[in-house]
Design a protein around this ligand. Structure first.
Ligand SMILES: [Cu+2]
Length: 151
């Protein structure tokens, strides 16, 4: 006796892909268990496409709303790249570098991804300024970095 929750097709709004993520059986089971109406059991996820290559990180949007954000990373370059995110008010080009790598502690640094490969990273982001970059030796300094804002 599974109760599925039907959701509308994905909305597209200014490049931000807001997608209803529904795990029908699980959501319904949890909803029943904790007494939440089924209609509230779906939730919204913000998805940001990330393209990496030599030597750029290009997000599909420069800013998102606070909450759960899924980065969908794709390496379209010829070298391996990582995807790192750090929360900082420092300017995008002014992060401290040691041994050719950013020395700040990132929230997360995933990869390295080989050419043609990629992955996803979901984080719960608070409002603030962030920098997205690749932390393979020398890549940040070569320009593989971009400012990112959470509002
Ligand atoms: Cu790189």
């Amino acid at each position: 006796m599974r109760k599925g929750t039907r959701t509308p097709l994905p909305d597209t709004k200014e490049g931000v892909r807001m997608r209803k993520l529904v795990l029908p059986a699980v959501a319904a089971a949890i909803a029943v268990a904790i007494g939440v109406p089924i209609a509230l059991a779906s939730f919204t996820v913000t998805s940001v496409g990330i393209t990496e290559k030599e030597f750029k990180v290009t997000p599909s949007v420069q800013s998102v709303k606070a909450g759960s954000v899924t980065f969908r990373i794709k390496n379209r370059g010829a070298l391996a790249h990582t995807f790192a995110i750090v929360k900082t008010s420092l300017a995008v080009g002014k992060l401290p570098v040691k041994s050719d790598r950013v020395s700040l502690r990132p929230i997360k640094d995933v990869g390295p991804f080989k050419p043609g490969k990629g992955g996803t990273l979901t984080l719960n982001l608070k409002p603030g300024k962030y920098v997205l970059y690749c932390n393979v030796k020398g890549h940040y300094s070569a320009g593989q970095r971009v400012a990112f804002t959470v509002t």
